[in-house]
Design a protein around this ligand. Sequence first.
Ligand SMILES: Nc1nc2c(ncn2[C@@H]2O[C@H](COP(=O)(O)OP(=O)(O)O)[C@@H](O)[C@H]2O)c(=O)[nH]1
Ligand SMILES: [Mg+2]
Length: 286
Amino acid sequence: MKMDNSTLFIMGLPGAGKTTFLAALWHVLNNSQNVSIKSNKLIGDQSYLADISKKWVDANALDRTKRSAEQRNLELLLSDSKGRQITLNFPDLSGESFQNQWESREIYTEHADIAKKAMGAFLFIHPEKIVEEHLISSLPPSIMAGESANSGTDNGTSSWTHKDAPLQVQIVELLQFLAHIRNEVPLNLGIIISAWDLVVKNKGTKKNPEKWLCNRSPLLWQFLKANHEIFNVVYYGISAQGGGLSDADKLRRIADPCKKILVVDQLGTESNDITLPISWILDNNA
Ligand SMILES: Nc1nc2c(ncn2[C@@H]2O[C@H](COP(=O)(O)OP(=O)(O)O)[C@@H](O)[C@H]2O)c(=O)[nH]1
Ligand SMILES: [Mg+2]
């Protein structure tokens, strides 16, 4: 397949913050004068984008995207002030097909085609989905002795399923699929830690998105470091919603909804510009 040097696609497991990002991005593209990225054309359902953006402006919950209701092949044709163009592709807003790639090791042909030809991708990670893993030394002695192996649910344990694997293991596997599908052709990869407001709320947490990932998901961080020739990585912390919806009234009081967005780049610099990761991809598209 011919390399298309201008496609960027969005990936992430269900609940990673993809739809919220899209809702905020669509509003910003249509309303903000302060961003360098412009939207030229949309391939897909404009009323869907208008609906999620309106909910985002009003700080109302977005419906969970189901694959059945998902917007297929939603594509935004974007350009920047230097005239450079890029197609932003959302192959699966629900994230269920990414979950399937992990669980059944299968990928839709159309998604594989996008992954093969893209020059960039954003991978979304929701900070609350990263569950602290247990050390083997902290397991109950009965489990360490292997007694629960055949004892079913009698002692409160249940069989392992794919969904029980730590998020970072699932994501590393997704990235390995991606590298394999692309024959290890290098990819510019933006790691987007969504709901960044939740990270900075906890005092003492590192505010640099890469350091934060290194602390919380060391396996994933090391995988990315070790594979830097395949994945040219940048890290962003993004609060597209501006805060939790329990604070919806506070969010609604912000006169310009674009101002509720918080973007932190890898140096820890803060702004409201949700298009920054797209500009990074354009700058790295040599
Ligand atoms: N606090 C906070 N929550 C967020 C933010 N962005 C998304 N969320 C929440 O994270 C959950 C998943 O977001 P969603 O965009 O639906 O994820 P998707 O499944 O990847 O499309 C929802 O409950 C959102 O309200 C944010 O910036 N801050
Ligand atoms: Mg969604």
